[in-house]
Design a protein around this ligand. Structure first.
Ligand code: BES
Ligand code: ZN
Length: 622
């Protein structure tokens, strides 16, 4: 209860806004039932009526690129006369309350939030149904032609819900504080298989009809669907991979340590709660590295390097099965609670499987990225606070290195203060205690004090870490011997204008990335040519090494070795936002927006809306 007293002055509790205002603010009892904090990114008023379970019944039309059908919700009705859902770019055709048609209205359109869909109900209403179809403006869905897939034989569809895009393919109360179970019936063309963030098929059905069940309550941003000509291959009895046929064996090899990762994660922070952990590798336009959809992580094919060197991404998405999917950020301002904890957990899984050297390299590279990000926010230092303030903005704006890598550094600094044993016990209990619920920054601070800092009499500047810009002086030092050696090799090359290839023998991907990223600002074209002649980085089959090399090439006007053609091919095929925005930013910073736009015009039709929106803004594309 303490929580509510703390929260009330800070956050106007959700439901108070309308109904309660008409009655009075007084009744404490009434307050005690209200458990949703104010949500800047949803119209829903869940303290009055909240969805609890979804039955989705939809059909996919690949030629029209439309999903149509109905969503039926069981609701918790607190004597409400209306229930409000979020809806964006949907055609709503009919609403029902307990099976009888009822009236509904749509509010004015807001660029970020879409529209409030208000459905008239009675105090007794237990279920509502919304009939709807998606439109060509949908932001969650990417409909791909056969040509845009790897095998080029069948079309493909995937969804991306986080942060506030689920409302563009399902009318829903689209707040991370909402938790629902769901069942779905999905009709697709019979050559294709459908999979969701739920119990999944491992084979195609004869008629293209699929039924799904997600029996654990999840937040709406985690509802996900992928449909394509895909196959399944198990790794263990609870892990496996989905991919297009020509990729399946490669993907299976790349991710063959997945079961070991789950075991390592369970040894650290408790039982895996979702039974199955599968990964689907999507076509190259997938806008993220990975997305932690429960039971079925969605992943980019750019991590299939052939040598398992980019699989920390899997450790990351797996870690979200605890931080994010079990204990969920209350609002997108608390995003660091999802991502910072997940990066910390990711590093621990990587250390457990592959040792300290690898984990330290990853952490060191992340730290450098964080420093660069902070430098980039020199003029807007508020962006470097762990707790965001995204009201009125797109929550996507908060997806910078700050919640990830500053969040990581915060936790690692506390770990070093308390020692691992106490810190691990604390985290394990934190996940157990808050499983299947949401966490806000303010509640976390109280919990941290009570269960770790005060408990052991430790003095720590938590508020400075969370509410102020930049990095506090007591931050942990992250040192990597291997990467120090890489820096020495750079010195030697620059000083001697010679490349001694024996020095880079057996380098891993992380060493190469560090090498390229730390080439000095005054590197000459001659030196870049020397390096490319020796190592052919322009044709690297590792997407990460290629990406950082292309960034350098653009920045330093290096045009050798057909690098320009490779950059263009990369930008036209790959839609992973972090990769492509890094390269387009390099164009922009080098005053080459015109060249960038020439490529972007070709590439844009291949990008998911998330990536296209970012690059539109970056390049001023209209
Ligand atoms: N949950 C995120 C992806 C995300 C964040 C999507 C915010 C939409 C809004 C996912 O877990 C993630 O962090 N992906 C990273 C990879 C990771 C290894 C840092 C990515 O895609 O780069
Ligand atoms: Zn993440």
């Amino acid at each position: 209860m303490k929580l509510l007293y703390i929260c009330c002055p800070l956050f106007v509790l959700f439901s108070i806004a309308q109904t309660v205002a008409q009655h009075s603010h007084s009744s404490k009892e009434k307050h005690n039932h209200l458990h949703f904090v104010e949500e800047p990114h949803s119209y829903a008023q869940p303290n009055e009526a909240a969805i609890k379970h979804l039955d989705l019944d939809i059909a996919l039309d690949f030629s029209a690129k439309i999903i149509s059908g109905k969503a039926t919700y069981q609701i918790e009705n607190n004597n409400a006369k209306q229930i409000i859902l979020d809806s964006k770019f949907l055609n709503i055709t009919k609403a029902e309350a307990d099976g009888k048609e009822t009236t509904f209205s749509l509010s004015e359109f807001d660029k970020q939030l879409g529209q409030a869909l208000t459905i008239d109900i009675t105090k007794e209403t237990k279920t509502i149904t919304v009939h709807y179809e998606t439109t060509d403006k949908t932001e969650a869905l990417q409909w791909l032609s056969a040509q845009q897939t790897t095998d080029k034989t069948h079309p493909f569809l995937f969804t991306q819900g986080q942060a506030i895009l689920t409302r563009t393919w399902i009318p829903i109360q689209d707040s991370p504080q909402i938790r629902i179970t769901y069942n779905a019936k999905v009709q697709v063309p019979k050559q294709l298989m459908a999979v969701m963030s739920a119990e999944n098929p491992t084979k195609k059905t004869e008629d293209g009809r699929y039924t799904f069940k997600m029996k654990q309550a999840i937040s709406p941003y985690l509802i996900a669907l992928a449909v394509g000509d895909i196959e399944y291959k198990a790794i263990s009895d609870r892990t496996g991979v989905y991919a297009e046929k020509s990729m399946l064996d490669k993907v299976h090899y790349e991710f063959s340590d997945m079961e070991k990762m789950v075991v390592a994660a369970e040894n650290l922070y408790g039982k895996y709660a979702w039974e199955q952990f599968d990964v689907i590798v999507l076509p190259p336009s997938f806008p993220f590295g990975g997305m932690e959809n429960p039971r079925l992580t969605f992943a980019t094919p750019t991590v299939i390097a052939g040598d398992k060197s980019l699989t920390s991404l899997i450790a990351h998405e797996l870690a979200h099965s605890w931080s994010g999917n079990l204990v969920t950020n209350a609002t997108w301002d608390d995003f660091w609670l999802n991502e910072g904890f997940t990066v910390y957990f990711e590093m621990r899984i990587m250390e457990a499987l592959y040792g300290k050297d690898r984990a330290n390299m990853l952490a060191h590279i992340a730290h450098q990225q964080l420093n660069d990000e902070i430098e980039g926010f020199k003029k807007t230092p508020d962006e470097t606070k762990l707790k965001h303030n995204l009201k009125g903005r797109n929550p996507d704006d908060g997806m910078t290195s700050i919640p990830y890598d500053k969040g990581y550094l915060f936790l690692r600094t506390i770990e070093e203060l308390t020692g691992r044993e106490k810190f691990d016990a604390f985290l394990k209990t934190y996940f157990e205690t808050h499983a299947f619920s949401t966490m806000s920054t303010e509640r976390f601070i109280v919990y941290l004090n009570e269960n770790l800092l005060d408990k052991y009499g430790l003095d720590f500047n938590t508020e400075e870490w969370i509410y102020t810009a930049g990095l506090p002086a007591n931050k942990a030092i992250i040192q990597s011997d291997k990467l120090d050696k890489v820096e020495a090799v750079i010195q030697q090359i620059v000083a001697s204008n010679k490349v001694d290839a024996t020095l880079t023998k057996n380098w891993t991907t992380q060493e190469w990335v560090h090498f390229v990223k730390n080439l000095p600002n005054n590197i000459t074209i001659g030196q870049l040519t020397l390096i490319d002649d020796a190592f052919d980085l322009t044709h690297s089959s590792n997407s990460y090494i290629a990406m950082v090399w292309y960034e350098k090439a653009v920045t330093h006007n290096y045009h050798g070795n057909e690098v320009d053609k490779n950059i263009e091919d990369f930008l036209v095929t790959v839609g992973r936002r972090w990769y492509v925005s890094t390269i387009y930013k390099a164009f922009k910073n080098a005053d080459k927006v015109k060249e960038a736009l020439a490529i972007y015009t070709k590439a844009r039709p291949n990008y998911h809306s998330v990536t296209a929106n970012t690059i539109d803004d970056l390049l001023g594309y209209k």
